[in-house]
Design a protein around this ligand. Sequence first.
Ligand code: C2E
Ligand code: MG
Ligand code: MG
Length: 541
Amino acid sequence: MTLEMADNAHKPKSARRDMTSGAITVAAILLFVGTGSSALSSAVKYYFAAGDPTDRTLVIALLLNVALILIGWRRHNELRREVEVRTAAEERAQLLAARDPLTGFLNRRSLAEEGAALLVQAERRQKALAMLMLDLDHFKTINDMHGHATGDGLLRLVSEEIGRAMPSVALMGRLGGDEFACAFLFDPAHPVERIAERLVSRVAQPFVSDRLQLQISASIGIARTDHGCASIDALMRSADIAMYAAKNAGRNRFAWFDQSMERELKARNELEVGLRTAIPRQEIVPYFEQQIDLSTGRLFGFEVLARWEHPTRGLIPPEKFISIAEDIGMISDLSLSVMRQACLIAKDWEQNLSLSVNISPLQLKDPWLAQKIVKVLTETGFPASRLELEITEVALFDNLALAQSIVGSIKNQGIRIALDDFGTGYSSLAHLRALPFDRIKIDRSFVGSINVNAESAAIVNAIVRLGESLNLPITAEGIEDAAIEERLRAMGCSKGQGYLYGRPLTAGNARRLLAEKRLLRNAPAKAPDLDVSDDEARKAG
Ligand code: C2E
Ligand code: MG
Ligand code: MG
């Protein structure tokens, strides 16, 4: 079977019928042209001059011929209409496959395809190609607050602004959600920075959608082909990395891609991969920072601080991995694992010593948090009355009602709640009253500079007075020297912690310290010397 025959065999029935009727029509026309004139004269003779009866056959043939031509003509018209409808449908399908239906922008695949073609063109003309990646900041809040229809309306408005900001020949794509990408050739008449700057400031202006005034901002990353991006994929990846750098730098801005971002990302990816196994392997361990009663100098408890004892990289501080754990959804596992280890370690410490454990704002969105904490306490046998949870104000923004109900269940178990890092966030009185806090912790940024900065001193003083009037005890963090301690005591601050009393300690060193102070329930006769594996020795606190 030839290819053509095979093709014909696969053609639908109607198409084969069309071909047959076409062939018949053509044959009929040829027949008509060949025999028409003699048949016509025979017909005239037959009717008007009672001619030869053999002409009758010719007349019938003529009529049949005409009928065939008419049928063929009708079929031809039907066919033409069908082809038109099919072509329109194919064009529409192609358009839908290439474009985002909401904004009319190219989708990711088509942007990559057309971008690759533009790149070839750029190379031929010895020009550079710029890729600009734009992501809206906190767009989810708009959807959550006003619904998806309003969110879609805003995306359309933003796409219109992007269209207005771009040079006339630019590829514009929506990569999904609230992420857009544009590619265009470098042109001194349209400096890329100016385009990005204008776009950032326009998106930060209010939009009106569904008669609602919507406030949003955008982060933009830019990469260019003449800075080491050989393919369109590499260019898009670099612009994406730069966009995340813009987000990390505080959002509502643009950033150019540079190689150091790539290295940072690689390091972060390594930490991310490592973290997944580090938690179950208990490489993330609790360190213990002393908390002191400022009026008596007595040790009354410890803040539990996570440290990653990395098998090859040494001790990694929490600021390097807490946010990664939050991003990959492992923060709950991490905090609960640290809490569990700390509760087991502190089981035979003196009964009055408390543990303060940090809780991530994300954990306050977990309706099962209270149950998970109670499970840790039951399994380790650590009393709820000795546990305090430190939460920051950020935890109260997203869903205050949920946070209130979770904190309510936690407090019902007899666990105390402290508001951490007070003074750095909104420091709102409404938040202080929204939850039944047992303590406020003043952030170390004010405490550390209390003797050198009048403003810090005024803030610390105001927080201490606030605590007095609300009947909430205050703990000052970051006491680094005796002068700070003295000043806090004079202000009436009752509790404190900081490097003055020592760096966060390993479990072993905390135990040795307690043995020395006779604060262990089964204290050994003589406490051995502190080992060298705590924060102080490694200077990682
Ligand atoms: P934080 O809860 O405000 O913890 C206090 C931080 O201040 C600790 O840093 C501590 O080492 C440091 N610090 C204490 N005294 C001084 C001082 O005198 N001077 C200075 N400059 N710093 C001092 P660290 O351990 O690096 O913890 C940073 C943050 O990481 C913590 O802030 C907390 O928000 C978070 N974190 C730590 N462990 C955990 C955890 O297990 N779970 C969660 N979710 N977050 C944790
Ligand atoms: Mg804390
Ligand atoms: Mg703090």
